[in-house]
Ligand binder design. Sequence first.
Ligand SMILES: NC(=O)c1ccc[n+]([C@@H]2O[C@H](COP(=O)([O-])OP(=O)(O)OC[C@H]3O[C@@H](n4cnc5c(N)ncnc54)[C@H](O)[C@@H]3O)[C@@H](O)[C@H]2O)c1
Length: 381
Amino acid sequence: MNNVGVIGAGTMGIGIAQVAVQNGKKVVVVEVNEEVLNKSKAGLFKTFDKLLEKQKITIEDISNYKNNLLFTTDYNELKDADLVIEAIIESLSVKHAVFQSIESVVRPNCILASNTSSLSIASISAVLLRPDRFLGIHFFNPAPLMALVEVIPGVQTDIKVTELIKNEILSWNKKTVLVKDTPGFIVNRVARPFYGEALRIYEEGIADFATIDWAMTHFGGFRMGPFTLMDYIGNDINYTVTESVFEAFYYDPRFKPSFTQKRHKEAGLLGRKSGKGFYDYSEGVDAPLPNKDEALGQAIFNRILAMLINEAFDAQFMSVASREDIDIAMKFGVNYPKGLLEWADEIGLEQVLVTLQNLFEEYGEDRYRPNPLLKRMVYSN
Ligand SMILES: NC(=O)c1ccc[n+]([C@@H]2O[C@H](COP(=O)([O-])OP(=O)(O)OC[C@H]3O[C@@H](n4cnc5c(N)ncnc54)[C@H](O)[C@@H]3O)[C@@H](O)[C@H]2O)c1
């Protein structure tokens, strides 16, 4: 595949365009908003300059990249594309309109893909004349830095198209995982308890933000604690993802959003980008100190990790992805220190099950039900 089209020059589109062009592709970036198009182009060229300064690329590389990039507002420029990746706003009707207008422009063997995070591949493909050549290719933010790409065939995708895309994206130096077209795919589904259970522990008054963050970084080796990470992602975005996964799972209590995060979002306490979130990022404000009680920290970590592992088991149990791919996804999509299923093996499945059973018994809530696959594996040794 030599010619790649990217639709949308926002955060994700421009990142995907960078990845493609740095892997030797000719890239056409189509954007409706000319101002955004020019800004994103300038931003990308600045990134190239920074990479040059760091000696990661050469002057010749930059000149090749610039020659191989076309920024346009005209969909007709996609006529030679072998692959088109759409990364526009998360609206089903707008995505439908875009795919309908490009389907007649592109070549018959051009593969069409969406970078959607929360819409189903099936629903986007519904308006296509040729849904067999359409699938999900889900990059993570920032696309040039995050190694993971989830490849998501829809119910109508030709298996040859899926294979072709897996190999193509592998050749872009990315790790790919194959995922069933289910809400949140792997990462945005399995990672939910990292935020949700942390918020629940806070709401119950067991510990404050700093202590929960400390427990997860200190005992778990996570790069950031849940509240630091939510502030980093933005409480608006993180809350919206949780809400959409909750709705998509027919209100399964495992994914229930939190009032605490909702109130932060409503109040404009979005995190780093607004200067305040769970923490205050104003100049001169000291970060709150955690309560470094070892027993408390260990209990918090065990509880959140058990919930994460339960979710990873559920993804395997429901054939969302293979065991290997679930672990790869969490290591490379959200930089977890270990894959959750390998982590479960390491600490012992029985211990994970006991933690979940205790929570389930104490709270009597469906949210804590241990996954049947985990139970079967423990009971069958
Ligand atoms: N931001 C993330 O962390 C992230 C991660 C993975 C996937 N995604 C998904 O990627 C997609 C894009 O997200 P984003 O964060 O880059 O959004 P964004 O708002 O930064 O960019 C979207 C861009 O699409 C443009 N656009 C809108 N309609 C268009 C059209 N008809 N034709 C061409 N361009 C159009 C907008 O002008 C905007 O520049 C969404 O589907 C989102 O769910 C986002």
